[in-house]
Design a protein around this ligand. Structure first.
Ligand SMILES: O=C(O)c1cc(=O)[nH]c(=O)n1[C@@H]1O[C@H](COP(=O)(O)O)[C@@H](O)[C@H]1O
Length: 268
């Protein structure tokens, strides 16, 4: 999906919501465990209940890989079920020597057909470039993550006083463009969004950390939105597990709807 197609979807739906498909077997409603593929059955109902409210889906690979070959099958079926109108993100946090990154890119973009993959910047340009070389696909580079451990490296000051995550954002802008590169910035750092927009005014930001991790949608939108909106805000557990019974999909919809309604009002 191109940048302008993504922006058109956001405008049409007044939504920059990404639903995280972190589908955990241990948290599925009991009645679904009788299905031949409970993970896919759950995802199907979540997608049916939320597709008009969101513009993106982000399966987190760990939840599928943990189930071996069966998990991979559930992921393939889920990808085939997500409507073409939606931006799809493989949350895989990959990155390796170029030779290996090329095959990760083939797996997520070629084999599974995702629009985007999350990539760790730690190994530098040649670990990221093979993903960027895929025509029409996106890298979403980890910049400032939502977890407490973001203090350990990302927020440490480099020579010249800038934190490491800012150096990553500045340097990576020479590798890709706003048409194929986004950055991950956690919703748990609302005070950083103003500076981040000075560094990267045009790039989309994938913002996880609202819902279960407590990030504030109003604040991150006020400081993080640009004239194209420029945000994809993810919620996983807050939507998927809003209910735990037979009505889980209705509860998920209500949770997604509350976020979308707030987004619509913030977009004016
Ligand atoms: O890359 C990510 O998506 C990500 C980056 C980050 O800094 N923090 C973060 O929580 N995530 C992912 O975003 C999702 C957040 O899930 P919830 O906290 O349940 O909404 C999980 O799939 C995380 O792996």
């Amino acid at each position: 999906m191109t940048r302008s197609e993504l922006i058109a979807q956001i405008r049409a739906k007044s939504s920059y919501l990404c639903v995280g498909l972190d589908t955990d077997m241990a948290r599925l409603p009991a009645h679904l465990l009788r299905e031949p593929d409970p993970v896919f059955a759950f995802n199907q109902q979540i997608i049916d209940a939320t597709h008009d409210l969101c513009v993106a889906y982000k399966p987190n690979l760990a939840f599928y890989e943990a189930m071996g070959a069966k998990g991979w099958e559930s992921l393939q079926k889920t990808m085939a079920y997500i409507p073409d109108t939606h931006f799809t993100i493989a949350d895989a946090k990959r990155g390796d020597i170029g030779n290996t990154s090329r095959l990760y890119a083939q797996a997520f973009f070629g084999e599974l057909g995702f629009d985007a993959v999350t990539v760790a910047p730690y190994m530098g340009i040649d670990s990221v470039q093979p993903f960027l070389e895929f025509e029409g696909k996106w890298v979403i580079l980890l910049a400032l993550t939502s977890n407490a451990g973001s203090q350990d490296f990302q927020l440490t000051q480099q020579d010249g006083g800038e934190p490491l995550f800012e150096k990553v954002m500045r340097r990576a802008q020479a590798w890709g463009s706003p048409a194929n590169l986004m950055f991950v910035v956690g919703a748990t750092h609302p005070e950083k969004f103003e500076e981040i927009r000075r560094i990267a005014p045009d790039h989309f930001l994938l913002v996880p950390g609202v819902g279960a991790q407590g990030g504030d949608l109003e604040q991150l939108t006020r400081f993080g939105a640009n004239e194209d909106v420029g945000l994809l805000v993810n919620s996983s557990r807050g939507i998927l597990y809003a209910g735990s019974g037979a009505d889980f999909a209705e509860k998920a919809r209500a949770s997604a709807q509350a976020l979308q309604a707030e987004m619509a009002s913030l977009l004016g």
